[in-house]
Design a protein around this ligand. Structure first.
Ligand code: S3P
Length: 425
């Protein structure tokens, strides 16, 4: 895909459904009794992988353009699949599903694509084993395919070494089936959709600071869920509207959960012009419309507790930083190395190829902004967020940009190029 530079972006974008919430709506709906009806579900490849895994576990799921209907069978209604469960590219599917499978009265195998088979799984296997799970993997037990033999579990208090919603959610889901309460404490608060949504399905879950405690064997009841727009998808339009001169874009229906709104906080520190309009709540999640106008950005420091609230947005924030005046330092973000690609490496290599002054550090990067960007071919490493972040960079690069494997945007935002091009004037 060759993208030409843009002179100005104007108009309105309706952001597709949140990926994390879409996954969870299917998973929790499957474990609830009765019907769960989901509107504005994200039809991205990752969420379709979750649907397909639960169908193989015996759950009837109707997927129509208007809504998803999940015919839940209760906590003990899953059945042994007659084939390997394939999570595709989706870390959320593998890690959350492992917590559920660890407690089922059957065995099964869970795998995914080449990227998934390289991603670390010890982070979930360690706590699950402490709970009594029988789970093993390849590569010294760190990688999928994972073999899970259901077992009886006991509640634990797990101090997670990483701020990861996937680890936290995996342990809490296993805790639904454990003997006694299960507690997870993390070093900084990661996204809290599991806690909010499980509570709305009827789970007994208590959250304080960076800890969550869940009681076992609740009766979960099917819900009606409207999925808010995904701030991680909105991020590309926020950045594009800030960077392309003479732009004004209204981004409708953007989720602004405080555990996810780090990009707004970082953009504010960079002196971005973003207005939050029409604040309201849908399905227990805060949302608003964002009115974004172009302007000059300045460098900033992004670190500490802010990192989990913008971890998936760092590729596009790095692009913003490359176009800002002054230096941006991103630290405490070693988690970037174990995402769909090693994002420290993919961001730094691809921005350097465009002429940016950027260097990698052990846990982030340092960007001296303001050098003009020019044409390059982006090697996405099949990473959807790298493809979209560099498409934004192409809008302000001399000669535009070429994205190798642009099709990977289907993972989280199938209509991305259509929506982006609709704003050009
Ligand atoms: C997700 C959690 C995050 C995030 C991923 C989605 C989730 O991963 O990067 O895209 O839905 O729980 P980690 O838990 O590994 O930080």
């Amino acid at each position: 895909m060759l993208l030409k530079p843009a002179h100005s972006l104007k108009g309105e974008i309706h952001i597709p459904g949140d990926k994390s919430i879409s996954h969870r709506s299917v998973m929790f709906g499957a474990l609830a009794e009765g019907l769960t009806e989901v509107t504005h579900f994200l039809q991205g490849a990752d969420c379709l992988s979750t649907i397909s895994c639960f169908q193989k576990l015996g759950i009837e799921i109707e997927n129509t353009p208007e809504r998803i209907l999940v015919h839940g069978k209760g906590l003990h209604g899953l059945r042994k699949p007659d084939c390997v469960l394939d999570a595709g590219n989706s870390g959320t599917t593998v890690r959350l599903l492992s917590g559920i499978l660890a407690a089922q009265p059957f065995s099964c195998t869970l795998t995914g694509d080449a990227s998934i088979q390289k991603r670390p799984m010890k982070r979930i296997m360690t706590p699950l084993r402490q709970m009594g799970a029988d789970i093993s993997g390849l590569n010294e037990n760190d990688c999928a395919p994972l073999a899970v033999q259901g077992a009886s579990l006991k509640g634990i208090h797990y101090q997670s070494p990483v701020a990861s919603a996937q680890v936290k959610s995996c342990v809490l889901l296993a805790g639904l089936y454990a003997e006694g309460p299960t507690c997870v404490t993390e070093p900084s608060l990661s996204r809290n959709h599991t806690e909010l949504m499980l509570a709305s399905f009827g789970a007994d879950i208590n959250c304080q600071n960076t800890s969550a405690v869940i009681q076992p064997e609740p009766k979960l009841t099917g819900q009606k869920i409207e999925v808010p727009g995904d701030i991680s998808s909105a991020a590309y339009f926020i950045a594009a509207a800030l960077l392309v001169p003479n732009s004004e874009v209204l981004i409708r229906n953007c989720g602004i959960n405080p555990t996810r709104d780090g990009i707004l906080r970082a953009a504010k520190a960079m002196h971005a012009d973003i207005e939050m309009l029409n604040r309201h709540t849908i399905s227990g999640e805060p949302v608003c419309d964002l009115l974004v106008r172009s302007g000059n950005l300045t460098g900033t420091v992004i670190e500490g507790d802010l990192i989990p609230a913008l971890i998936d947005e760092i590729p596009v924030i790095a692009v913003m930083a490359a176009c800002a005046e002054g230096t941006t330092v991103i630290r405490d973000a070693a988690e970037l190395k174990v995402k769909e690609s090693d994002r420290i490496e993919t961001i730094v290599t691809n921005l350097k190829a465009m002429g940016a002054d950027i260097s990698a550090t052990d846990d982030g990067m340092i960007i001296h902004g303001g050098k003009p960007l020019h044409y390059a071919v982006t090697d996405t490493h099949h990473d959807h967020r790298i493809a979209m972040a560099f498409s934004v960079a192409g809008l302000v690069a001399d000669g535009g940009i070429e994205i190798a494997d642009d099709a990977c945007v289907r993972i989280s935002y199938p209509e991305f190029y259509h929506d982006l091009n609709s704003l050009r004037v």
